[in-house]
Design a protein around this ligand. Structure first.
Ligand SMILES: [Zn+2]
Length: 263
């Protein structure tokens, strides 16, 4: 099966509603493409479908560029693509293993040549052999598109960092939505997170507290952002019932909305 990762929670829910065991699909591999997902998300759906999730890196302009090995590194299809990683500010090539923007040249395109096409995806690229034994170039730690990063309260947040935190908490699905508003020139964040099962008010309150404690005990950037917002009463964590975010169509994981200023 080939799909967007965000299809998997919907399929899991459908199986639950129709009383179909997900493992009865007998899927050997599930190839997922088009969205980032956390390690916890991967482990959960490998268990649910009794299958292996294989990550693929692709873009609309280039098609499939890299596929994952058993060590979760994305090996570039070097017969077809030449990849470089450049510094976002200077456009100079990055050191091996440093994070930068992925630039790709398609080697076998004729009708639509793409030469040094900047995907704006922030990745780490490695030239040294992977542990799997493959000698070629591989990508690891894809952080997503540079323009998916958002800045709030003076700090930068990548959606995948939030997903890593919510999927590590039992009871949440991988779906969340951030709404950033400027009120009286200050950033305010509404952070909506969807649960995996129906919950009551007491459980929602407990999950909101647990989420806040995880956000403020993670890396220093998130800690400062979320503590700052909470202390100024500019953080609203909302726990939503299953399907409230995930049942929307298309690529819907981890939406960020910037709302115009109002006073
Ligand atoms: Zn490998």
């Amino acid at each position: 099966m080939v799909c967007l990762p965000s299809l998997l929670p919907r399929l899991e829910r459908h199986c639950l509603e129709k009383d179909i065991p997900p493992e009865s699909f007998n899927l050997r591999n599930i190839f997922v493409v088009g969205e980032l997902f956390s390690e916890n998300f991967c482990n959960h759906y490998e268990n649910v479908f009794n299958s292996r999730l294989v990550n693929m890196y692709a873009s609309t302009e280039l098609g499939l560029v890299a596929s994952e090995c058993h060590h979760h590194n994305l090996h570039v299809w070097e017969d077809f693509f030449h990849t470089e990683v450049i510094d976002s500010d200077t456009a100079e090539p990055c050191e091996d293993g440093a994070t930068g923007e992925l630039v790709i040249t398609a080697l076998q395109r004729e009708a639509l040549p793409l030469i040094r096409y900047n995907t704006q995806d922030l990745v780490e690229m490695h030239k040294s052999p992977c542990e799997c034994g493959h000698p070629g170039t591989y990508l690891s730690s894809i952080k997503g598109r540079r323009d998916n990063m958002f800045t709030i309260n003076g700090g930068n947040i990548y959606p995948i960092a939030l997903e890593n935190i919510i999927t590590a908490i039992d009871g949440f699905s991988s779906f969340c939505r951030c709404i950033i508003e400027k009120i009286d020139a200050h950033d305010c964040l509404t952070f909506k997170v969807e649960t995996r099962d129906d919950i009551d008010e007491q459980e929602a309150k407990h999950l909101a507290q647990l989420l806040y404690s995880r956000l403020t005990s993670s890396d220093i950037t998130l800690r400062l952002i979320f503590r700052g917002l909470e202390s100024a009463s500019r953080l609203d964590i909302q726990i939503l019932q299953p399907g409230a975010i995930s049942l929307k169509s298309g690529k819907i994981k981890n939406n960020i909305s910037q709302v115009d200023s109002h006073t």
